[in-house]
Design a protein around this ligand. Structure first.
Ligand SMILES: NC(=O)c1ccc[n+]([C@@H]2O[C@H](COP(=O)([O-])OP(=O)(O)OC[C@H]3O[C@@H](n4cnc5c(N)ncnc54)[C@H](O)[C@@H]3O)[C@@H](O)[C@H]2O)c1
Length: 266
């Protein structure tokens, strides 16, 4: 006999950034499949159009908003539009992010600051603007995007690693600060996931930039291969975990990370 499993996101209002590609897009599709209403936010209009096309019949519960998470005015206006469209916010998923790789002694201040601006400051701005609505929710959750790079060495990516370490620390601070108001904060640490960021296929521009230095020592990546499977996994492997954390199934989880990297790091 098969048990009746309630759709975890029935009536749940979810804002997802980075929703035009990769893991953010996969999370939109997963939450829609589980009955949720979603505002998909991204800086890439083409990416958002692709997400709408993939939503199929569920597109009636999907609204798109162009937001540049690194721009305060864009976030303020975009979150207000999202709140208006959904009538409130129960969950926020901060998947927007960029990666730039280079030798650190050749990294410009502009590039270093850009990575921190999009990844860390962008996550802060989205949370700050969404908190008044989240506090009004009966079951509020924020899922941030850290990375295995926050805990394990990823060469040529010092700005990226620093931004993800910052996101992780911020997640813990916020979990304590807003626990009494019922807002949970968690972070996922993906690793070795195929996406616009890792295969350069995205419309998003998230992987724009020079890529790894030509003389990169690939032996330094020997520990960055997953133990499970045949290589990189699809973005849906992270989306399912994000959905759990953003739903009431994660009701007793806050202030922690969940690593989703196929056993790249034990
Ligand atoms: N793929 C991996 O193996 C991996 C590993 C660790 C962490 N992550 C994290 O997962 C998250 C999702 O990345 P992904 O791998 O799906 O890459 P992706 O490039 O496929 O998706 C990133 C999305 O973020 C959007 N974006 C970039 N800058 C933005 C901005 N300023 N404002 C709004 N949106 C913006 C892009 O347009 C793109 O749609 C990122 O935070 C990334 O750092 C990914």
């Amino acid at each position: 006999m098969s048990a009746v499993v309630p759709a975890r996101f029935d009536g749940r209002r979810v804002v997802i950034t980075g929703a035009g590609s990769g893991i953010g897009q996969a999370t939109v599709l997963r939450v829609l499949a589980e009955g949720g209403s979603v505002v998909a936010a991204d800086v890439s209009e083409a990416g958002l159009a692709d997400t709408v096309a993939k939503a199929g019949d569920a597109a009636g519960r999907l609204t798109t908003v162009v937001i540049d998470v690194s721009d305060e005015a864009s976030v303020t206006a975009g979150v207000a539009a999202a709140r208006e469209a959904l009538g409130g916010i129960d969950a926020l998923v901060n998947a927007a992010g960029i990666l730039r790789s280079s030798h650190t002694h050749e990294t410009s201040l502009a590039d270093f600051e850009l990575v921190l601006r999009v990844n860390l400051v962008g996550t802060f701005l989205m949370i700050r603007e969404s908190l008044p609505a989240l506090i009004e929710s009966d079951d509020a959750a924020v899922v941030n995007f850290s990375s295995t790079s926050a805990m394990f060495a990823h060469p040529y990516m010092s700005a990226y690693a620093a931004s993800k370490g910052g996101i992780q620390s911020m997640t813990h601070a916020l979990a304590a600060e807003y626990a009494k108001q019922g807002v949970r904060f968690t972070a996922v640490q993906p690793g070795s996931i195929s996406s616009g960021m890792t295969d350069g296929s995205g419309e998003s521009g998230a992987s724009r930039g020079p890529g790894l230095p030509e003389d990169a020592d690939m032996m330094l990546f020997a520990k960055l291969a997953p133990a499970l499977g045949q290589g990189f996994a699809g973005p849906e492997t992270v989306a399912g975990v994000v959905a759990m954390l953003a739903s009431s199934d994660g009701a007793f989880i806050t202030g922690t990370e969940v690593r989703v990297d196929g056993g790249t790091h034990f």
